[in-house]
Design a protein around this ligand. Structure first.
Ligand code: ARG
Length: 470
């Protein structure tokens, strides 16, 4: 057991207490960030004359050596250390002796862990954004190919009005686009450096916090040291954005599962993205979609957990906050996995366009248009609504569609109907006439697709010149 704080203690920590308190099993995930933060801290300490150039060089050599040895497998991160910060510091002292003991000058693990978690989260925001962007590219390709693929649009899972596949997929495009904009907001809001906050009250050393902030690519230093060490808002915001992404994926998965069912057959999930049953030879299960839907709960759980952890803790740092890590890391990995798998599933999925079109023709999806036809011929909408209602009842009785009726039958229900009704309520007309911006009409849909293309080409990461480190 290697502890940084043994001086004041006269007894060894109880083994169970040690294990309960330790975080190395999970905070080793930000090993790289811990080294990165220490490097910036040391460079700043030397610039401020708090460390000599020799001490700085020795520490930097030690830190980069530790990083290389861990990355190349020569040095193992073990639970002999309480946390990743202790692991790095203890190894540094082993390597370079007394100068290593100066690394922690003007720093506390409280601002150190706040920095590490922020650096880790900041990078993951970019990784997640990249995956969402990739998914958007795939959705846009599907949209471009299906501007005239007709399908029923649903409300209450009842066939409502005809739309196109491009339009339906376009709805998800909007959702994931908003997700990206949430990630961008979070990135900018969190991009301030807590290092130098010390345990809670800053330090008495003449640190240059703006300098460390700029070395680490932050907009600037945080402005209140107590808040710096006890703020986990960015974790909450990120988990909230991740939960929203999962909610969107989950709705999409639910639809795919319905569309992939024997009853619908709108789509066929590729064999590579399906699984079988151990007993029923005929089944091909949409398990990937179901798992993505299922894992949504897990990500929501992480959000609820951190919200609950944070709600009752007084300022400033408290050990409760160590609980921010495991579930957050799990949620990030889960969402990244789900995004990648979902993208592959939808990219390889087959859309049964003829089945979709046939389905759009049944279920009276043109009833609103038939009412609009009457309105166009001077019938008040409320009367038109009721006439078409009776017409639908008549058709249900005859087990046919509106367009299957003869003009004589139609005229018996309303003398206003003429031959041009058939054209007016054809699937093609119903969709093509929907021309307001945001509607499925192919003319406007193509315009929207152009806008979305421009949006995808104009990347916020390019705009802000943020390089994603690998
Ligand atoms: N493992 C701790 C955490 O995750 C690091 C900070 C510990 N600070 C302290 N004063 N014990 O929050």
């Amino acid at each position: 057991m290697a502890q940084l704080w043994g001086g004041r203690f006269t007894k060894e920590t109880d083994k169970l207490v040690y294990n309960f308190n330790a975080s190395i099993s999970f905070d080793q995930k930000f090993f790289k960030q811990d080294i990165e933060g220490s490097i910036a801290h040391v460079v700043m300490l030397a610039k401020q004359g708090i460390l000599t150039k020799e001490e700085k060089d020795a520490i930097l050599k030690g830190l980069t050596g530790i990083r290389q040895d861990v990355e190349e497998g020569r040095l193992k991160i073990t639970d002999e250390y309480e946390d990743i910060h202790s692991f790095v510091e203890a190894n540094l002292i082993d390597r370079i002796g007394d100068s290593g003991k100066k690394l922690h000058t003007g720093r506390s693990r409280n601002d150190q862990v706040a920095l590490d978690m922020r650096l880790y989260t900041r990078l993951e925001v970019l990784y997640v954004d990249e995956l969402v962007k990739e998914l958007l590219g795939t959705l846009l390709r599907i949209m471009e190919e299906n501007v005239e693929t007709y399908m029923p649009g649903f409300t209450h899972l009842q066939k409502a009005q005809p739309v196109t596949l491009a339009h339906h997929i376009g709805a998800y495009f909007e959702m994931f686009k908003r997700d990206r904009s949430r990630l961008k907001d979070i990135y900018h809001r969190m991009n301030y450096c807590p290092l130098g906050a010390g345990a809670l009250a800053g330090t008495t050393y003449p640190l240059d916090r703006s300098y460390t902030a700029s070395l680490l690519g932050f907009e600037g230093p945080t402005l209140n040291s107590m808040d710096s060490v006890s703020d986990r808002d960015y974790v909450i915001e990120f988990l909230s954005a991740l939960s929203t992404i999962m909610m969107h994926l989950s709705r999409f998965c639910e639809e795919i599962i319905i569309w992939n069912s024997n009853e619908y057959r709108f789509v066929e999930i590729d064999d590579a993205y399906s699984t079988g049953s151990s007993i029923m030879p005929q089944t091909k299960n949409p398990d990937i979609a179901a798992l993505v839907r299922g894992k949504t709960g897990r990500v929501y759980g992480a959000l609820m957990s951190i919200l609950t952890t944070m709600k009752g803790i007084p300022l400033a740092y408290n050990k409760d906050m160590q609980e921010d890590k495991e579930l957050t890391f799990d949620a990030i990995d889960t969402v990244k996995g789900c995004l990648a798998l979902f993208e592959g599933m939808i990219r390889t999925m087959k859309f049964n366009k003829d089945v979709m079109e046939k389905s759009a023709m049944l279920g009276f999806t043109n009833a609103t248009d038939a009412a609009d036809y009457l309105v166009g011929h001077g019938v008040p909408f409320r009367d038109a609504h009721s006439i078409i209602g009776r017409l639908v009842l008549y058709c249900i009785d005859k087990n046919c569609s509106i367009e299957d009726l003869s003009i004589e039958e139609l005229k018996e229900i309303s003398p206003v109907f003429e031959e041009d009704l058939y054209e007016a309520i054809s699937l093609k007309t119903c969709v093509e006439k929907r021309l307001t911006i945001g509607a499925p009409g192919p003319y406007v849909m193509r315009k929207v697709i152009e806008t979305q293309k421009e949006y995808l080409a104009r990347d916020w990461q390019d705009e802000d010149a943020i390089d994603i480190p690998r």
